[in-house]
Design a protein around this ligand. Structure first.
Ligand code: ZN
Ligand code: ZN
Length: 465
C-alpha cells in the first residue's frame, strides 16, 4: 500500500479553474508541471508520494482542437513542448480539464485520452514518468488520479489547495462526530470532516505548543505529529498546560501526548524527540498538510520558514515577546505574534522575526556546546544570548496559540468577514492589534517563486552552512 496526494497553490487552482471551465460553457484544458516528493508517511508508515504544483501552462490558441460540454481534444505539439519542459525541470506532467456539466467522475473518453497521454510521456521522458490528471467539476477542489503506466492509474488519497484558504478533498475516515456537535452548529459538518483528514505537525511542545495541541485536538484534528527535544522543568509548570508537578524530568512530547490521549477523541499522535532540522524527521514533516511553529529557536524557525515555500505546507508560526523595565519586574511590552508562511505571504526574514545571527548561535549551541561556551566566555560579540531566562506568562502563551489556531480555522472555513491575516501582532500591553508590513527588499524565499513547490533539493531546502 502507498499514499498519493496533490497540493496546488490556490493561485494555481484559481487560474486552472478559469482555464478549464471557461465562460462559453464548453470544456477547457490546461497543463501543470508538478514536482514529485517522496516520503514515508508519519502515521501509516507507508510510502507517500506528493505532487506539488510548480507552474500552470496554458494551452496556446491552437492547443484545443475541438470541445463541447462533454469533451475536449488537445493537440500533440503543445503536449510535446510540455514534456520537454518537464524533462528539463525534473517535473511530472499534469493534464487538467473541466466538466462544466458537473459530472464528478472520469468518462470513458477521459480514460482513453489520458492513457494515450501517459504512453506519449513515457515514450519521450522514460517509464518512470507519471501523468497527473485533475478535473474541475464546479466550485470545489478538483478530483484526480495519477497514471503510472498507460494501463493503470490510482485515485489520489488527498487533493489540497493551499494559500489564503486551505481546502482538502480526501476520503474522510469513519468517525463519530457527536463530540463536535456544538462546533458544527457554527461551521457545519464539513470542518469536522476536513480536520479528521488533515495531517498536522506541531514543532515545539513548550507553553505555546501544548496549548496549540490542546486546541487542535479539541477542534477535531485526528492526526498530530509532535516534535520537541526538551524535558519538563519545574519552571515550566506556570504555563505548560499538559504538565503536572509529577511530570518534571519527562520529555515534553510524552507529556503532551498523554494530555491528548486523556481526551479520548480518537487522535493518532506521532512524536519525535529531537530538533526539527534533524534529517531523521524530514519525512515526517513532508507528510504534514499543515505545521504550527511553536519554537523559540531561531535556527528551527529559519528552517520552517523555507520548508513552507519549498513544500507548499502552510506554517502558522507564533511567538511571544515580553519586555520588562531594566530595574524592576514591570511589563513594558507584551507582543503576541502569528505569521502564516505560504507562497503569496511574506516570510519571517522579511518581517524581521528570524534573526540570522541568533540562528547561527542556535546552530552552534546545538552542534558544539563546548565551542559555544568557550566563545561566550571569551565575550565574543557573536555570542550574545543564552543563559538568561525570558519572562513567560500563561495568558500570553495560551492567547497566541488561540490566535494561530483561529487563523487556521478561518482558512478552512472563511468565517471571518475581514479575511485572512498573514502577519498579526497583538499588543497585550496596549489592548491593541497591529499588522506591520514586511521589509521592502528582495527575498529569495517569499518574493521570488523559484523555491515555491520545488520540494526535494540537495542540500535540503537549499540551505548552505
Ligand atoms: Zn472529462
Ligand atoms: Zn521573505
Amino acid at each position: 500500500m502507498s499514499l498519493c496526494a496533490v497540493t496546488l497553490l490556490d493561485d494555481h487552482a484559481a487560474q486552472l479553474r478559469q482555464l478549464v471551465l471557461p465562460k462559453h460553457g464548453r470544456e477547457g484544458a490546461a497543463y501543470v508541471l508538478f514536482r514529485r516528493v517522496r516520503a514515508t508517511d508519519a502515521w501509516e508508515s507507508v510510502p507517500l508520494i506528493r505532487y506539488l504544483s510548480r507552474e500552470v501552462v496554458p494551452l496556446d490558441s491552437q492547443g484545443i482542437l475541438s470541445s463541447s460540454r462533454n469533451h475536449v481534444t488537445t493537440d500533440n505539439d503543445g503536449y510535446v513542448r510540455l514534456l520537454q519542459r518537464a524533462a528539463q525541470t525534473d517535473c511530472a506532467p499534469g493534464f487538467v480539464h473541466g466538466h462544466p456539466s458537473g459530472f464528478d467522475r472520469f468518462s470513458q473518453r477521459d480514460d482513453a485520452n489520458e492513457a494515450a497521454l501517459t504512453q506519449l510521456a513515457q515514450n519521450r521522458n522514460g517509464e518512470d514518468v507519471h501523468l497527473v490528471s485533475l478535473v474541475f467539476a464546479g466550485d470545489t477542489v478538483p478530483f484526480g488520479r495519477v497514471w503510472t503506466t498507460p494501463d493503470s492509474n490510482t485515485t489520489f488519497d488527498a487533493i489540497s489547495t493551499v494559500g489564503q484558504q486551505i481546502r482538502l478533498h480526501a476520503r474522510c475516515p469513519d468517525i463519530s462526530r457527536a463530540a463536535f456537535h456544538r462546533q458544527e452548529l457554527a461551521f457545519g459538518p464539513a470542518l469536522t470532516r476536513t480536520l479528521a483528514s488533515l495531517r498536522v505537525g506541531v514543532v515545539g511542545c513548550g507553553a505555546t505548543g501544548t496549548a496549540t495541541v490542546m486546541l487542535l485536538a479539541r477542534l477535531g484534528v485526528r492526526r498530530l505529529l509532535l516534535i520537541d527535544n526538551d524535558t519538563v522543568e519545574t519552571t515550566n509548570l506556570n504555563r505548560l498546560l499538559a504538565a503536572s508537578a509529577s511530570d518534571v524530568g519527562e520529555p515534553k512530547i510524552d507529556v503532551t501526548r498523554a494530555m491528548v490521549e486523556r481526551m479520548d477523541l480518537g487522535v493518532a499522535v506521532q512524536t519525535y524527540k529531537g530538533w526539527v532540522g534533524d534529517a531523521a524527521v524530514r519525512d515526517r514533516l513532508k507528510s504534514c498538510d499543515v505545521l504550527f511553529g511553536c519554537t523559540d529557536d531561531h535556527d528551527g524557525r529559519a528552517l520552517l520558514n523555507r520548508f513552507a515555500y519549498f513544500y507548499l505546507v502552510p506554517v502558522f508560526d507564533m511567538g511571544i515577546r515580553i519586555n520588562v523595565a531594566p530595574d524592576r519586574a514591570a511589563v513594558t511590552h507584551a507582543d503576541a505574534r502569528v505569521t502564516v508562511l505560504i507562497p503569496g505571504a511574506r516570510c519571517l526574514l522579511c518581517h524581521g522575526v528570524v534573526n540570522p545571527v541568533q540562528a547561527r548561535e542556535d546552530d552552534l549551541l546545538r552542534r558544539d556546546p563546548e565551542e559555544y561556551a568557550r566563545r561566550r566566555a571569551e565575550g565574543e560579540a557573536y555570542i550574545r544570548g543564552g543563559g538568561v531566562p525570558n519572562p513567560a506568562v500563561v495568558t500570553f502563551t495560551t492567547g497566541v496559540a488561540c490566535m494561530a489556531v483561529d487563523e487556521f480555522v478561518h482558512r478552512l472555513t472563511n468565517y471571518r468577514h475581514s479575511g485572512p491575516i498573514d502577519h498579526r501582532v497583538s499588543k497585550y500591553h496596549l489592548s491593541d492589534e497591529r499588522r506591520p508590513g514586511a521589509d521592502s527588499g528582495p527575498c529569495p524565499i517569499c518574493l521570488d517563486s523559484e523555491y515555491w513547490g520545488l520540494g526535494d533539493t540537495e542540500p535540503f531546502l537549499d540551505r548552505v552552512g
